[in-house]
Design a protein around this ligand. Sequence first.
Ligand SMILES: C[S@@+](CC[C@H](N)C(=O)[O-])C[C@H]1O[C@@H](n2cnc3c(N)ncnc32)[C@H](O)[C@@H]1O
Length: 288
Amino acid sequence: MEHFIKCGDTLDLIQSVPKNSIDLLVTSPPYWAKRVYNGEGEIGSEKTPEAYVARLADFFDELKPYLKDEANVFINIGDTFFGSGAGAWKKYLDGEGNVTEVQKERKEKFFTTKPLQPKIRQNGKLYQNKQLLLIPSRFAIEMQEHGWLLRDDIIWHKPNRIPASVTDRFNNTYEHVFHFTLKKKYFFDLDAVKVLGQNGKMKNPGDVWSINTQPLNGDHTATFPESLVEQIVKCGSPAGGTVFDPFLGTGTTWVVCERLGRKCIGFEINEGYFNFASQRFREAKGKQ
Ligand SMILES: C[S@@+](CC[C@H](N)C(=O)[O-])C[C@H]1O[C@@H](n2cnc3c(N)ncnc32)[C@H](O)[C@@H]1O
């Protein structure tokens, strides 16, 4: 299978892709204020959750012309607690409990994977420490406002999630995977993902998928598991079709496409991750 994998900014590279050519877009964008992948101005570093979801929806709008009319879009996105990580960095908070510049600088300097939240003044409403920001829901609503048709809110349940040290709420063990389409009629191969029911007949697998996280070697910790992508590629694209991941990361979508006989278009801005993905692809291909 011929794939088209490049290192660079997706919004530049997409222009070399033919219009109306993509059957399925499957991806996991950088989450808001969680990690530094590339530095200043990158997606995920916006000053507020509202600015983040607006930018992300604009980003997917730019990719629309390259999708076929009957295309599917599956986007995995995680949530953030306002001020999360603040406990560990308490001494860097100001008198009102806001995250200070000092804290921000320290986090950047040490390239920490701890949450990296911009300084937002607490307002006792949405912005207060410990608040679950509902970023996935805000993003899904923003996409609807941009004209995308939301068909599913799939819960990716992670059975192997390590216990958290929190004592005043439950450990988070799931993320959302939103399924959007452009039109009311679209490609969908339910038979490809049916599971055996108790009555011995094949049935719809439902919208809660229990799939273990899959750690990889290297420093990219936000990878999605191959079986999650496999399920989506099987139902969301025809055999031999074209699958696009605009945030390729460690190349999970690329590896899965090769295995399932789909052409992968994948772009990754970070050279280190791009090289990692290329190496992973070569190794996976060697094993097949
Ligand atoms: C959450 S990770 C994706 C992880 C991926 N699903 C995997 O399994 O490895 C997001 C990735 O998007 C990349 N990225 C961020 N902005 C980008 C852009 N404008 N163009 C291309 N890649 C970008 C980041 O460098 C990061 O590797």
